[in-house]
Design a protein around this ligand. Structure first.
Ligand SMILES: [Zn+2]
Ligand SMILES: [Zn+2]
Length: 359
């Protein structure tokens, strides 16, 4: 027996060493393609939206905290930056130096928790000449000032280590740009750039106020991102006739299962929180009603609550949403890309997550 083990151990070590050599060779071959790929460069003229986080604060193995990235003219406008935003963004092989601004919908932790990482990755990707613009309703300056202070030491270490040419101290961190709606108005144009118009509009996520959604219009195509909200007429008005509505959606029925199980297990705080969150998010039925009333072309549900670890839960999650809205309807996943080329009416869905080695 000892002799047998004596023979097997060297053989196992040899196999392990060989597998390691093959893995290094595969990595060496795959890295150049991986690092030079730029999916944004290949997109046709139009509006495109990538999902860099389709989940919620509830831990979810499949979905990161909220983040969407609108791509137009090779420029990226990120809406919210929850935890894992920059990691998922990187998995989609998008370049952080193309981020023009982050637009915040509101200041819940799940929407701002990844801001510092996004700012860092953009800063050092190509020695950014400006600080990251963070646009949001009143209160955005507090978030940005807090992050700038929290990461001041980290930024100084990066400059000291890599030099001003790589990590310029003058462009470290973020700059806040806040907006407010004019008296009696519930929407406002907050950014215009090369044919792109971004309009913020008020939504209802009380007690988290202010809370807004954003509409993007470009050469006849349009995308609306709801932010966190219940069904609200201001969203229906702002989304009127859009090609694609990306709406938050919480299944109260499925969440009740988690709430009951939490209470039975003695996690009373968690159960109460899960009960509370139902009153400030739309359900899939609400999102479908908003989509139908706003006569949008297609609907993607995001901010998916609760997690859907089994694909067969997607039907119960949607409930009767497909009867309420007859157009194309998807449950967004991290890595999704929705493309709206100029001149068409279609919305095409694909995934930016690469497969294969180092995908
Ligand atoms: Zn929220
Ligand atoms: Zn949220």
């Amino acid at each position: 027996m000892k002799r047998l083990i004596g023979l097997l151990v060297p053989t196992a070590i040899a196999g392990w060493v060989l597998r390691g050599k093959i893995a290094v060779a595969v990595t060496k071959k795959a890295l150049p393609k991986r690092l030079s790929s730029d999916p944004v460069a290949d997109l046709p003229d139009g509006l495109h939206i990538a999902i860099c986080g389709s989940g919620s604060p509830i831990p979810d193995e499949q979905r990161g905290n909220p983040c969407t990235a609108v791509i137009v003219n090779q420029k990226i406008y990120m809406i919210d930056a929850g935890e894992q935003a920059s990691e998922t963004f990187a998995r989609m092989r998008m370049r952080p130096d193309q981020i023009q601004a982050v637009l915040l919908t509101h200041f819940h932790s799940d929407h701002i928790g990844g801001l510092a990482s996004v700012a860092l990755q953009r800063w050092v990707a190509n020695a950014a000449e400006t600080k990251l613009r963070v646009i949001g309703p009143v209160g955005v300056d507090r978030v940005v000032n807090g992050y700038n202070e929290a990461y001041a030491l980290d930024n100084s270490y990066r400059t000291a280590h890599h030099g001003e040419a790589i990590a310029p101290s003058a462009s470290a961190g973020m700059v806040a740009e806040s907006f407010d709606f004019d008296s009696g108005k519930t929407s406002k144009v907050v950014l215009e750039d090369g044919g792109l118009v971004i309009t913020a509009f008020e939504v209802d996520h009380s007690p988290a106020t202010p809370a807004v959604g954003y509409r993007f219009d470009y050469k006849g195509r349009s995308i609306v991102v709801s932010g966190d909200t219940i069904y609200t007429q201001t969203l229906v008005d702002a989304a009127m006739g859009a090609d694609l509505l990306v709406h938050d959606a919480l299944s109260a029925d499925l969440l009740k299962l988690v709430e009951d199980a939490s209470r039975d297990a003695g996690f009373l705080n968690r159960a109460q929180i899960l009960e509370d969150v139902i009153d400030y998010h739309a359900t899939p039925a609400d999102a479908a009603d908003a989509a139908r009333e706003a006569q949008v072309g297609a609907l993607a549900m995001t901010h998916v609550i609760p997690p859907l670890p089994i694909k067969a839960l997607e039907g119960p999650y949607l409930g009767d949403a497909k009867e309420r809205f007859k157009g194309p309807l998807w449950i967004a996943s991290d890595g999704d890309l929705y493309s709206l080329p100029v001149g068409g009416r279609t919305v095409e869905r694909s995934s930016l997550f690469a497969s294969g080695p180092l995908g």
